[in-house]
Design a protein around this ligand. Structure first.
Ligand code: NAP
Length: 344
């Protein structure tokens, strides 16, 4: 075990607009000591996810904000270093919510034991965890895709979108991704098997999307908003479904947009075309389905039916920069920080 202490990244201040490195600071505390009934966890992987931007803000939300000076929240995959708890052995891999730090003590509540031998432990933060589950439930429960329909997926190269599109292909749909840049769009088609992918930075986005969706759009998996939503709206078919998963293009907004109020145009389109839009917060709304999802997704991965890409950043100190990059589309695949070596 490291004798350098427990390095933590804490929220130093709340951002206005895009977060900067000044919103974070690094502290070192003593490594906590587990009491009877507790375990000491050493973080190996830390997940970085868009929802963390919301936790940096104290605006009302579905979850409380991180307090100033407190460790940033986040899901972690850790190893048990010391165990005084009968459900955990030294060396076990666990999924928990230890945040942006190297060590944490737990009484085992909310800690999911993955076992001693796990082929891809970090997958519990991505394709087999929250993002994969979000894709699965959002698409299948809310999107209700049918064979032959057109499904459009925003942020298609990312953790959630990449899985949404691949499941939609397994269901026999015509699948079109929207992603940032040629490299991501190429990979979405060639590596993930989408039928097409258009670049949201291309000024011709609206025309390119219309060409890729000659029969209109039946399901739009929304994670972005902004110009991506603007391009999708005119193409939505009657009775289209929109799983409203996220609005990442707006997470750094600090003021309301100036210009024409488009509420009537947007709501009018929903009304006239009988479009169903449903927001969801994955574990609040669908937590009881997690076991079924894990079984199905494991089977698909084993059969090679779902491909998965990670973007692994080395070192806890790089987490703030990597997180800032996530909000600018710099990640390519599920963004994970490798905090420490698997074995010491
Ligand atoms: N509702 C829920 O329970 C739930 C759960 C998990 C995730 N989510 C939401 O799902 C979405 C995707 O999350 P994820 O974990 O899969 O992240 P991700 O896609 O791996 O990473 C975020 C991606 O968003 C895109 N992006 C960022 N800023 C953008 C902008 N201004 N315009 C267009 N695209 C932009 C970037 O991709 P490009 O380079 O391709 O633009 C970036 O790589 C987020 O909105 C997140 O909040 C919701």
């Amino acid at each position: 075990m490291s004798n350098l202490g427990n390095r933590q990244i804490v929220l130093a201040s709340r951002p206005t607009g895009a977060p900067t490195l000044n919103n974070f600071s690094t502290e070192t505390q003593a490594i906590p000591v587990p009491a009877h009934g507790e375990i000491l966890l050493r973080t190996i992987y830390l997940s970085l996810d868009p929802y963390m931007r919301g936790r940096m803000s104290d605006a009302p939300s579905y979850a409380p904000p991180v307090a100033i000076g407190k460790v940033m929240v986040g899901s972690t995959v850790s190893r048990v270093e010391i165990s005084h708890h009968h459900d955990f052995a030294v060396g076990d891999w666990v999924l928990s919510q230890n945040g942006w730090q190297q060590y944490a003590v737990s009484d085992g509540k909310g800690v999911f034991n993955l076992g001693a031998h796990v082929e891809h432990p970090s997958y519990a933060l991505g394709v087999l965890g929250m993002p994969g589950f979000t894709a699965y439930m959002g698409l299948l429960e809310i999107g209700q895709p049918k064979a032959g329909e057109t499904v459009v997926v925003a942020a298609a190269a990312g953790a959630v979108g990449s899985v949404v599109g691949q499941i939609a292909k397994l269901k026999g749909c015509h699948v079109v991704g929207i992603a940032g840049g040629e490299r991501k769009c190429k990979s979405v088609v060639e590596d993930l098997g989408f039928d097409a992918c258009v670049d949201h930075r291309d000024p011709a986005l609206k025309n390119l999307l219309a060409e890729a969706c000659p029969k209109g759009i039946d399901v739009y998996f929304e994670s972005v908003g902004g110009v991506v939503f603007d391009a999708v709206l005119p193409l939505l078919n009657t009775c289209a479904r929109i799983p409203l998963c996220g609005l990442i293009a707006h997470y750094n907004d600090s003021k309301s947009p100036v210009g024409q109020d488009r509420t009537a145009q947007v709501m009018g389109t929903f009304l006239k075309r009988r479009i169903r839009v449903q927001g969801f917060i994955i574990f609040d709304d669908y937590g009881t389905h997690f076991g079924d999802f894990q079984k199905q997704m494991s089977d698909w991965l084993t059969a090679g039916k779902i491909k998965y890409r990670e973007d692994v950043v080395e070192g806890l100190e790089r987490a703030p920069d990597a997180f800032i990059g996530l909000l600018q589309g710099k990640n390519f695949g599920k963004l994970v920080v490798q905090v420490d070596a698997i074995t010491k």
